[in-house]
Design a protein around this ligand. Structure first.
Ligand SMILES: Cc1ncc(COP(=O)(O)O)c(C=O)c1O
Length: 435
């Protein structure tokens, strides 16, 4: 049976329109001085005829529009070709305009990490939401229950304990709402990793509690391979494989035992952006005899991609990838502000502007004359980045630089407005983030 699209585009358009009209605070970083003392709005910024490399004070953050669209289309195609549903992690960007792009290119649901993100998604018209995390405080659970009680809304929520199910029950009783769209996904965790039941017996007791208390239906299994590692080393892949065997074993056993109680085929959701092609291959192989079920991957970073971690580790950098590679969409504009030693250049970006949790950001433009490689940023203070040029004449004071980032999540959350640029760096739109 065809499924509803998971988004109400009319609501999304209206909410985006309102966002575009909201005046931005004076002096917000990354924006040029206000015209005639009037506050910028995203709508005015998008049509002001600015060129990011010419007209903006640094630092600023920009996303290349063609790269975003390319990545969204490639991922949509990969999912369709592989019989996989996509529920991209919305916490990566927290940018409704980008969520819309993702739905336009084949997204089935939006994943979130926290209940307030689910509320934001719903306000922007998203009607199929997957909470890939546990929620346990009453107010948050009440909010989720209210969302799931709205006609046409589906909320898939991870749960990994009897206590978690009981907390949901309390929220349902408190609100008096019948959460007709609520489906639990029993979270199976990596041993020694993060959330999730550690074995089948624990998962069974959670399922039993759901059935006994009539809290909601068991819609499937939730999993995440990230805690087993974020690389392709033999050790990480061995841990991931053993985890996938356990997850698929529990899924198959539950399927056969009739534990899943939805009308629709049960969901197995797993997969970030690091190794989703390997995860997919393994799961589909293990579950070849299980029918029907829906495999849902939750990659978030593929959309913005990067110049570091995902560029090296991600599926599209691997030899077997049959599609155009993902492109890095996010860049931060900065300036060399000091050159106090021959071997040291300081840029006016720091921890407040770029993430540093997975690999080093790097100066992607200019690169050294020998064309060898982008220079890595070796250290970050709050407002400074440290670079070690090989030559004393490279990167003189005043040089405009473009910084490529590694792992987009913790850069995106540092910018309220990203400037969307065309391939000539003309500002053609804005992307508002809601962190
Ligand atoms: C539970 C969960 N699912 C999916 C993802 C998305 O993975 P990625 O950030 O590699 O796109 C994350 C990322 O942190 C996650 O924590």
């Amino acid at each position: 049976m065809p499924q509803p699209p998971g988004i109400d585009y009319a609501v999304m358009e209206e909410a985006l329109g309102s966002l575009r009209r909201i005046p931005l605070p004076p002096g917000l970083k990354g924006l040029p001085p206000e015209p005639d003392g009037e506050p910028w709005t995203p709508a005015v910024l998008a049509t002001a005829g600015l060129n990011a490399l010419r007209d903006l004070p640094t630092p600023f953050a920009m996303v290349r529009r063609s790269a975003l669209r390319h990545n969204a289309e490639v991922m949509g195609r990969w999912c369709a070709d592989n019989g996989v549903l996509l529920a991209p992690h919305g916490k990566t960007t927290m940018a409704p305009a980008l969520w819309k792009l993702q739905f336009e290119t084949g997204t089935w649901a939006l994943t979130v990490a926290l209940p307030h993100q689910a509320v934001t998604a719903h306000r922007f018209g998203i009607r199929r939401i997957l909470l890939a995390n546990e929620a346990a405080d009453l107010r948050s659970l009440e909010a989720l229950v209210r969302l799931a009680g709205q006609p046409g809304t589906e909320v898939y929520s991870f749960v990994d304990s009897v206590a978690g199910v009981r907390a949901y029950r309390a929220a349902i009783d408190n609100t008096g709402v019948e959460p007709i769209g609520l489906r639990f996904l029993i979270d199976i965790g990596v041993p020694g990793g993060r959330t999730g039941c550690r074995n089948k017996a624990e998962a069974e007791s959670v399922a039993r509690e759901i059935h006994q208390t009539g809290t909601a239906v068991v819609g499937g299994i939730g999993a995440y391979e990230g805690p087993a590692g974020h690389d392709r080393s033999a050790g990480t892949l061995a841990s991931v494989n053993s985890y996938l065997e356990s997850v698929t074993g529990i899924f198959r056993a539950f399927h056969e035992a009739g534990v899943f109680s939805t009308d629709d085929p049960p969901v197995l959701t797993i997969g970030g952006s690091d190794i989703f092609e390997l995860v997919n291959e393994h799961v589909q192989h293990e579950l070849a005899s299980v029918d029907p079920y829906r495999l849902v991957i939750r990659s978030g970073c593929y959309l913005v991609h990067d110049h570091g971690h995902y560029a090296a580790v991600g599926p599209s950098a691997q030899p077997g990838w049959a599609y155009a590679p993902f492109q890095a969409a996010l860049e931060v504009g900065a300036t060399v502000v000091s050159r106090p030693q021959d071997d040291l250049a300081l840029l006016n970006v720091g921890r407040r502007d770029i993430g540093f949790d997975m690999g080093s950001p790097s100066v992607i433009d200019p690169i050294p004359a020998d064309g060898s490689r982008p220079l890595p940023i070796v250290k970050l203070n709050d407002q400074h980045a440290f670079v070690h040029p090989d030559e004393s004449t490279f990167l003189p004071v005043g040089t405009p630089v473009r910084v490529g980032i590694s792992h987009p999540c913790t850069t995106l959350d540092k910018w309220r407005v990203l400037l969307a640029v065309d391939d000539d760096y003309n500002v053609v739109d804005t992307v508002t983030t809601i962190f």
